[in-house]
Write a protein that binds this ligand. Structure first.
Ligand code: PGA
Length: 250
């Protein structure tokens, strides 16, 4: 099996002003100075530059939380891939369940966004996950397979492993309810299998778990064979907690 570099990302959502972002990075950097992992911060658009400038010369990568699929146009409020690349942003979160739910993000739009991001040199962090109703109805795998096939439809098999996939069960996001290690392992392995069926180098694919990951549960989740990292919301707002999760990745 290929060895996969752990990938630990803090998704700040709509939190932190520029001043607060700068304070976070200054507190985080000395705590993770020795890490060999991919450490990623996903600030709101307004704080991207502040984080980019502070992380030069460190292992920290910066990701936006969304991106429009067109390069430019009459799309008020949106931001495009070339605009992010110009800021030295390296990655972009796509398809977060909050965007799917509150901002009508569709699988059709994602099928365009993922290849546009890759072509621009941005690493896509594609989020997928089932609702509580789908899980209770025993439809978790069906929902995930549908999302993966739709969202990755425009990606050649040779490029699939360049996408980072975050498994985020909707019922575990911001709720304090974490998937059990068995659930996280089962689904992350399933995601790898779906990508493998597309002929990809699935052993190189990074699959993250997201949903109430904290320093207390991170060691167990990050030790699972098919969980290669985390997408962290709440605990990613605090430099000490986030650094503890980076450390928990080994
Ligand atoms: P949470 O959020 O860690 O606060 O549950 C995770 C996410 O939405 O990415």
């Amino acid at each position: 099996m290929a060895s996969r570099t752990p990938y630990i990302a803090a998704n700040w959502k709509m939190h932190k002003t520029v001043a607060e972002a700068a304070e976070f990075v200054d507190a985080l950097l000395p705590r993770i100075a020795a890490t060999q992992h991919d450490v990623v911060i996903c600030p709101p658009f307004t704080a991207l530059t502040a984080v980019v400038e502070r992380r030069y010369g460190t292992a920290v990568k910066v990701a936006a939380q969304n991106m429009h699929e067109e390069e430019s146009g009459a799309f008020t409020g949106e931001v495009s891939a070339p605009m992010l690349v110009e800021l030295d942003v390296e990655a972009v979160v796509l398809g977060h369940s909050e965007r799917r739910r509150h901002f009508c993000e569709t699988d059709e739009a994602l099928a365009r966004k993922v290849p546009v991001a890759l072509a621009a040199g941005l690493e896509p962090i594609l989020c997928v996950g089932e609702s509580e109703e789908a899980r209770d109805a025993g439809e978790t795998e069906e929902v995930l397979e549908r999302q993966l096939q739709a969202d990755l439809a425009g990606i050649e098999s040779g490029q699939l492993a360049d996408v980072v996939i975050a498994y985020e069960p909707i019922w575990a996001i911001g709720t304090g309810r974490t998937a059990t290690p068995e659930q996280a392992q089962e689904v992350c392995a399933f995601i790898r299998d779906v990508v493998r069926m597309r002929g990809a180098a699935a052993d190189e694919l990074r699959v993250l778990y997201g949903g109430s990951m904290k320093p207390a549960n991170a060691p167990e989740l990050l030790a699972l064979p098919d969980v290669d990292g985390g997408l962290i919301g709440g605990a990613g707002l605090d430099p000490e907690e986030f650094a503890a999760i980076v450390e928990a990745a080994g």
